[in-house]
Ligand binder design. Sequence first.
Ligand SMILES: [Zn+2]
Length: 268
Amino acid sequence: MEDFITLKEEKESQFEKPKYLKLLPYVPVRVRVLDKMPYMAYKHYIPSASISVLCLGEECPICQRNTELIKNNPGVKYMNIKGLIPRQERYLVNVLNRTPVKVTSAGSIVYPNLEGEFPTSAESESLVGIEAKPLNQVEVLERGYELFSNLQILHKTTRNAANELVGLTNFDIVLIYPGGKKSPQANATAFMDEVNVPPESMYTLSAMGIQLTSAEMLKALSGVRLKDIFAARRESDTISDAEKTLEDASADVKSSVADIFATSYDEE
Ligand SMILES: [Zn+2]
């Protein structure tokens, strides 16, 4: 039977939709870091709208509000001030996900467990006859300082059989996420083969993230959903302006602390 009404597919947003690396508790994921340096962006998590948005720097209404709140709460510890929305340091890097996975006929990706074993079936389909193959997909790894300083240690300590430092982009790492608010742990592997990923298959990290204007940020703070904010944008036909804002502001949040990974292993 044909549909009663054809629903128009709603355009979610004009932003590049990247594939973010997903980490499930105790599911090891093997990746190769592709960028020589991570990109750093400041973000705010707005609980009323359940979204993370890029900080607007000097123009940021959330930062301005935080300053006010701190002023009005003398002696109260930063993290205990009600309504304060801290600015978080987020690091982003392109990775090649090389985890051996099984793919069902419907296209679902099944990861092995900590012991490297696969379930015998998924979505009522037997996985026994399906061969596990590396996923080989470019994804964006975004996390905070904790994981990225862990990566920095691997970058500065991992050596090959000839006892030479190889650098983070030249060996695979395995990420294990313990669940909850804990940071994933990264461990070096002995896989040091050469990986060639064309630059055009990588994401432009400076264009990632949700960029709102300060007026839109205030809307989100008052509980307006992102979907409605974007709908209003389309109605007022300000998309091209909004895109311009996106470019300008992402240049502003460019890493000022990009010294992470900065040590050249060639010089050591
Ligand atoms: Zn801010």
